[in-house]
Structure formats: structure tokens, C-alpha cells
Write a protein that binds this ligand. Structure first.
Ligand code: NDP
Length: 270
């Protein structure tokens, strides 16, 4: 049986085994998918051992996405652009294909909701790994403008230089401007600590907002606050999680699983 796993540190919380096991059942694939704990500093050894034991592919999560990027011998354009890999495929000829499906998962989810970024003004909060993963996908949708705001502005400037086509500023500067946005995407980790980004409440009015975080309910502190302030629609990041997994599954198995039943089951389970 072909073996796959999600590798990270910590890894016990990961929902990926649940998602991929459902995908495998629904597409009749003979495979197993588990969790692989990787000690810090032992990424290469852990992956080499997994491959030596017949592993066919891995999902990579925090904090190893950059190391996976370095491990791959072939990279997709989007992985090269993101500088991070969340999917490794081990080919029979010994080559290792690295891809980044986070952006595709995000775009899958916003399209599922019927959202269209084309010609729209997008505000992205946060310039960490998740932001790096989704910026390429956002730009590919040809928005009118993308403003990237981060507490540490230098990190946003690095992404601006790497991706091009985006403007950057600090939270303080954002609050001095009179810009309006059709979409506000929270790619900071603030919701994990039940905190809100320091943006003016008026910005939420009539906007559609997306929080990359997901948890046990379908709302987050960010989406709840945005709705209170007049946001038209608000979504959490669970659909992105399932969407990125579906693209990884397709890379490994060559079949496209149906994400919606898995998303429904996952939502019930949380
Ligand atoms: P990182 O640690 O790489 O980045 C964290 C970001 O949050 C940085 O921009 C950081 O700013 C900002 N931040 C943290 N604390 C504060 C604060 N007190 N005030 C202002 N800004 C702050 O995390 P990731 O990018 O990997 O993850 C971000 C979120 O995305 C998490 O909630 C994660 O769960 C979610 N995620 C969801 C996925 C999905 O499939 N739905 C996939 C990947 C991530 P600074 O640079 O200044 O430190």
C-alpha cells in the first residue's frame, strides 16, 4: 500500500490524516496517510527514512516548509515563487517534486464562496508564511490592487520585492489613509490568540472578510468582529485547508477528490 503522511512539529493536532483518508475512500485509492513527527534539526534524516520505507509523498507543515523547498530537486513555479513547499512527491526515478498548494487551496475556497478578486481592491493583513503562500494565487486573479499590511513592515517589503504588483504599509499608516477594500484577508496569526488586528472598524463595512485561521467553530474572533462592524460576508480558513489538501492529493494520485463532503464532515467533527 502506498504511504503518505503529514510531517511537522508539533503534528498531533493535524486534520490532514482525516481529510486524506476520506479522499482516498471516495476515489478508491489504495493508500494510507499518517502523521510524522519531525524533531527540529532532523528534517532531512526524517524524510530520507520515510522514503527508504516506501513513502510516496508528504505534506509539510510548520516549521519545515522552507527546508522542504530546499530538499526538492524539482519545484513548481508557485513553490519557487512562495519560497516554501507544502507538498513533496517522491518519484520512482529518485527525483523529488516540490509544490505549494496553499494558494490554490485559498483560491479554491474563495471561488467556492462565489467570491471574485478580479478588478477588486484587496487588503492582506500579515506577511508570514501563510501570506507568502497565498499572495501568488491572489495576484493571478488580477485584482485592481493589493495592499499588504504587516506589524514588521520590513517583512512586507521583502514580499513586495519578491512578488511585485503589491503595495505595503504599516497598520498605523493604513489607519491614516482613506482607502476602501472589497476584500480583507487576515493572514496574521492574531486570531490564534483571540486578538484582533489594529485596523479601523469602518474598513469592515460592506467588505467580504476571510480569516485563514480555523478552529472548532465556523467563526473566529476576527470574522465575528467584522460581521458586527458591517462586513457583508465572512469565512474562516477550514475550506482552504481542505482545498490545499485536494490539490496535494491530485499531485500524488492523479485523481481529483471532491472537497465539499470532506469539508462538511470536518466541520461536524470539530
Ligand atoms: P507566521 O508565524 O509565519 O506569521 C504570523 C503573522 O502574524 C506575521 O505577519 C506576524 O507579524 C503577524 N502577527 C503575529 N502576532 C501579531 C501581533 N500581535 N500583532 C500584529 N501582527 C501579528 O504564521 P503563518 O503565516 O504560518 O500563519 C498565519 C495564520 O494562518 C495562522 O492563523 C495559521 O493558523 C493560518 N494558516 C491557515 C492555513 C489554512 O489552510 N487555512 C494554512 C496556513 C496557515 P510580524 O511579521 O510582525 O511578526
Amino acid at each position: 500500500m502506498d504511504r503518505y503522511a503529514v510531517l511537522g512539529n508539533p503534528i498531533n493536532h493535524s486534520r490532514s490524516p482525516f481529510i486524506h483518508t476520506m479522499f482516498a475512500e471516495s476515489t478508491a485509492q489504495n493508500m494510507e496517510y499518517g502523521r510524522l513527527f519531525c524533531p527540529l534539526g532532523e528534517f532531512v534524516k526524517t524524510v530520507d527514512d520515510f522514503r527508504a520505507n516506501g513513502g510516496k509523498g508528504l505534506n509539510i507543515t510548520v516549521p519545515f516548509k522552507e527546508q522542504a523547498h530546499a530538499y526538492a530537486t524539482m519545484l513548481s513555479d508557485r513553490a519557487r515563487r512562495a519560497g516554501a513547499v507544502n507538498t513533496l512527491k517522491f518519484n520512482d526515478d529518485g527525483t523529488v517534486y516540490g509544490d505549494n498548494t496553499d494558494g490554490a487551496g485559498f483560491i479554491f475556497d474563495i471561488k467556492r464562496a462565489g467570491w471574485d478578486f478580479t478588478g477588486r481592491r484587496i487588503l492582506v493583513l500579515g506577511a508570514g508564511g501563510a501570506s507568502r503562500g497565498i499572495l501568488g494565487g491572489i495576484l493571478d486573479e488580477k485584482p485592481l490592487s493589493v495592499l499588504l499590511v504587516n506589524r514588521t513592515v520590513e517583512k512586507a517589503v521583502v514580499l513586495q520585492q519578491e512578488f511585485g504588483g503589491i503595495e505595503v504599509c504599516s497598520f498605523e499608516d493604513l489607519n491614516c489613509r482613506s482607502d476602501r477594500f472589497e476584500f480583507i484577508i487576515n493572514a496574521t496569526s492574531l486570531s490564534l490568540n483571540s486578538k484582533l488586528p489594529a485596523i479601523a472598524d469602518g474598513l469592515y463595512k460592506d467588505a467580504r472578510v476571510y480569516d485563514l485561521m480555523y478552529g472548532s467553530s465556523s467563526s473566529t474572533v476576527f470574522t465575528e468582529h467584522a460581521v458586527k462592524c458591517g462586513a457583508e460576508e465572512a469565512m474562516d480558513g477550514l475550506g482552504m485547508l481542505v482545498g490545499q489538501a485536494a490539490v496535494s492529493f491530485e499531485i500524488w494520485r492523479g485523481v481529483t477528490p471532491e472537497p465539499q463532503p470532506v469539508l462538511d464532515a470536518l466541520r461536524q467533527q470539530l
